[in-house]
Design a protein around this ligand. Structure first.
Ligand SMILES: [Zn+2]
Length: 418
């Protein structure tokens, strides 16, 4: 990986053998992308010369496409054999270095933008977001939510440790009960620097508590969260498995449902009527199911929920996609291993999406959900120079996206030709 502590402001020209500039239009052969600083200046037919002093990036044997975007990651987390102990062992600086490593492998996998949807220590993610933006650390552009909003006893809390230990390993700034506290908790996240708001509309698999997988906040609390966030110009993501929680969040105008495992016919109507996105995170369901069956890594409370969600989550995408719901790409990495984000494409295709639709979910649609359509999602004049390349067409076989050969983020080359 290149050391990008100093940024090259040289003009660059990429020669692309094939270019999928926008997943909605056919790829074109022999294209040139002119880049000045961190912006795309022009896209043109044929191979143009680099201007004097400029740099030529030869991708004539590659298939070039826009940066990939993951709308659901947890850069500070990694579920594995040691994670429960690490919760109490690791200092925030240790968590921060791990998160920087996770950000670097995510970028090298072709994901130049991610939305981090929750950390025990939100300041770590805010600091990482800044360090990457300032080019002190290699990683994707990060949008973050601060602390996840959860009711007391809800999915956003840590369980199974002494109460006083729980209190020291977890930020409590997202715990809120009642309409007023919910409003205040949203405002608090925004004041801390949150780009978006995430709340737990239902229980979840990995909270170590037998509290089911359905609605946790009341309808009033959900409305308060979403209305307050929207007033402050923030998009809202709802973690949701059970149908009652999914539907309450959709009724209240949530922007995206994350997971959506038990969505029902009413959910599908609401998705369409409200224009909300579904972020399916199939790989997270597959991962927890594997862990529940093979390891002694999960607790009994977690295993019970993993067995239910793991078998449902792909079917949820099959249903929402068939109904015409807009899908945005997300993996919940931190559950699965960081850097393997592109495995999700294979599951999306298994759920009935065409390769092109899955790529659109991770580019155009994800950019729309994150309110970043002016910056990323397609390769076009004026946008951030975030460009990746693979050895063959992902439209024929989407699994090639698991072997990205070239990554440029904001005009800098991080992987491949430099
Ligand atoms: Zn998650």
């Amino acid at each position: 990986m290149a050391n990008n502590s100093t940024r090259s402001s040289k003009t660059k020209v990429i020669h692309a053998g094939f270019l999928l500039a926008d997943p909605d239009i056919q790829p074109k052969s022999e294209q040139s992308i002119l880049i000045e600083g961190e912006r795309i200046k022009a896209v043109s037919d044929g191979f143009i010369d680099a201007p004097p002093g400029g740099e030529l990036v030869d991708l004539r044997k590659k298939f070039v496409l826009p940066d990939l975007i993951d709308c659901h990651v947890h850069l500070t987390a990694q579920l594995d054999q040691g994670y429960r102990l690490r919760t109490v062992e690791d200092s925030d600086p240790k968590v921060a270095f791990n998160a920087a490593h996770n950000a670097a492998v995510t970028l090298a996998a072709g994901f130049t933008t991610v939305r981090d949807v929750g950390a025990r220590n939100p300041d770590v993610v805010f600091a990482l977001r800044a360090a990457i933006a300032e080019r002190k650390v290699a990683g994707p552009r990060i949008l973050c939510v601060g602390a996840v909003l959860s009711p007391t006893g809800g999915h956003g809390q840590i369980y199974g440790l002494r109460h006083d230990v729980c209190a020291c390993v977890q930020s409590t700034s997202g715990i809120c009960d009642g309409v007023d506290e919910c409003r205040r908790a949203v405002r608090r996240q925004v004041s801390h620097g949150a780009d978006a708001i995430k709340f737990v509309a239902t229980g979840g698999v990995l909270s170590n508590i037998k509290a089911g997988l359905d609605q946790q906040f009341t309808d009033d609390e959900i409305c308060s969260i979403i209305e307050t966030a929207h007033r402050l110009g923030r998009r809202v993501a709802a973690h949701a498995h059970g149908a009652a929680g999914i539907n309450a969040a959709l009724e209240a105008g949530v922007d995206s449902i994350e997971h959506g495992s038990f969505l029902d016919a009413r959910s599908l109507e609401l998705f369409i009527a409200k224009g909300a996105f579904h972020v399916p995170t199939i790989i997270a369901g597959v991962t927890v199911l594997e862990m529940a069956q093979a390891d002694d890594l999960l607790t009994p409370a977690q295993i019970e929920k993993a067995m239910i969600v793991g078998v449902k989550i792909k079917e949820a995408l099959a249903r929402s996609h068939k109904a015409g719901v807009t899908i945005a790409f997300g993996t919940d990495m931190g559950v699965g291993p960081h850097g393997q984000n592109a495995r999700e494409f294979g599951f999306m295709v298994e759920a009935g999406m065409r390769s092109r639709e899955a790529i659109k979910a991770a580019t155009v649609n994800a950019a729309k959900l994150l309110d970043l359509s002016d910056e990323v999602g397609t390769i076009a004049s004026g946008k951030s120079a975030d460009v990746i390349a693979v050895d063959s067409s992902p439209l024929d076989d989407v699994s090639v996206l698991q072997r990205v050969a070239f990554v440029m983020a904001r005009g800098d080359v991080y992987l491949g030709v430099s």
